[in-house]
Design a protein around this ligand. Structure first.
Ligand SMILES: *Cc1c(COP(=O)(O)O)cnc(C)c1O
Length: 383
């Protein structure tokens, strides 16, 4: 039996060719490939500035530093997200306030955001789960009304759109991930996107170990020196060479992903099984990037995953909601009953999805699932 992993990071001779080019042209010292990647990002996404960083986690930490988060500042975010969304602010003494998600999209609920605002609230962080946009119209309105910074953790959402505008262009700041588990990758990497002009200069210094090296690189000064806070956040040129290669073939990678996503969608949309509560919905005005395909099952989530595993199919679930994690309880606080977060996080199954997944293997996955979902149907509700 063939092993079908949950994710396979695309990596071919094209990436190796770009690394070789780096050596041949002796570009290791300069920002040759970072510049090319930033140009690509800026050409796609209507943003003021893009800085390549070594991870999305680093980009989120830069957000917390740029906002000058101080102890007792509250940052509203979904509980249903990856730890880095919260940890970045906790490192500066901030307090994450975990709010519920919408049942429909698994994205942060704007109604809950507004209810959770206090005098201490400094910012709202949204996460575009599975590359599907949050309700940016409503959320932008709230951030303006209460004069709060808006940050998009767009780790899943490169090239996704909300009403014809790319995600990453809505927040004062936004972050992308190019980790090997994401749609476009370079092993580990990310980008900080800046839409609020007032952060640009400070961000460049922060990005360059606290120096004004960016000005030096642009021949605006003769010598660079330490001017403000900073760290080693920048992406190295080897990773940038790999990332540029991924950018160049992004259309091909996305086309295949989207085809696979649609096949999952069509199958489950027609396949009525009482153990399936919901699948992702296609929403008017929202163009997603097929980052994740999930199903929400009524019963026996863990058993189904185990049955798939017996057939060498690696399906997974995530996240343990942050409000119920040891770290989240120590550093953050819950807002409201987080009903949808608790319900959905216990029932989600994410199915294998990557550009090199064969259609025949996808069929096999669906056939196994069909059998196993039906068997587990018989069981009574576990909650
Ligand atoms: C992957 C991910 C991150 C972290 O990205 P890295 O590049 O691995 O640091 C942050 N937030 C979300 C929502 C993610 O999925």
């Amino acid at each position: 039996m063939k092993n079908i992993p949950y994710n396979v990071a695309d990596f071919t001779n094209k990436e190796i060719y770009q690394i070789k080019l780096l050596k041949k042209k002796n570009h290791l010292q300069q920002n040759y490939f970072s510049n090319k990647c930033n140009q690509w990002i800026k050409g796609k996404i209507n943003c003021k500035e893009s800085l390549l960083v070594n991870s999305c986690t680093s980009a989120l930490e830069m957000c917390a530093l740029l906002l000058d988060i101080k102890p007792k500042d509250e940052i509203i975010m979904p509980s249903y997200t990856f730890v880095s969304t919260a940890n970045a602010f906790v490192l500066r003494g901030g307090k994450p306030v975990f709010v519920d998600i919408e049942h429909e999209t698994l994205n942060i609920d704007p109604v809950e955001i507004e209810k959770a605002i206090t005098k201490k609230t400094k910012a709202i962080v949204v996460v575009h789960y599975a590359g599907v946009s949050c309700d940016m119209e409503k959320i932008k309105k709230i951030s303006k009304k209460y004069n709060l910074y808006l940050i998009e953790d767009a780790a899943h959402a490169i090239l996704s759109k909300y009403k014809n505008k790319y995600l990453g262009s809505f927040g004062d700041l936004a972050t992308f991930s190019f980790h090997e588990t994401k749609n476009l990758h370079c092993g580990s990497g990310g980008a900080l996107i800046i839409n609020n002009k007032k952060f640009i200069e400070k961000a460049k210094i922060l990005h360059n170990k606290g120096t004004n090296r960016d000005k030096f690189n642009r021949s605006l000064i003769k010598k660079y020196t330490w001017v403000d806070k900073g760290s080693a956040y920048a992406m190295n040129q080897i990773n940038a060479a790999v990332l540029y290669s991924q950018f160049k073939k992004s259309k091909k990678l996305f086309d295949k992903r989207i085809k696979l996503w649609k096949k999952y969608y069509l199958f489950f949309n027609n396949y009525k099984n009482p153990n399936i509560i919901k699948i992702p919905r296609v929403i008017n005005g929202i163009k997603h990037n097929a980052h994740i395909f999930y199903i929400i099952v009524k019963n026996n989530r863990d058993k189904i995953i185990k049955e798939l595993s017996k057939n060498k199919i690696n399906a997974v679930f995530h996240y343990i909601p942050l409000h119920s994690s040891p770290g989240g309880r120590k550093f953050g606080k819950s807002f409201g009953n987080l009903k949808n977060t608790n319900f959905l996080s216990k029932r989600i199954i994410r199915l294998p999805l990557y550009s090199s997944l064969k259609f025949a293997d996808q069929k096999f996955i669906l056939n196994v699932l069909k059998k196993k979902l039906t068997i587990t149907d018989v069981k009574s509700s576990s909650f």
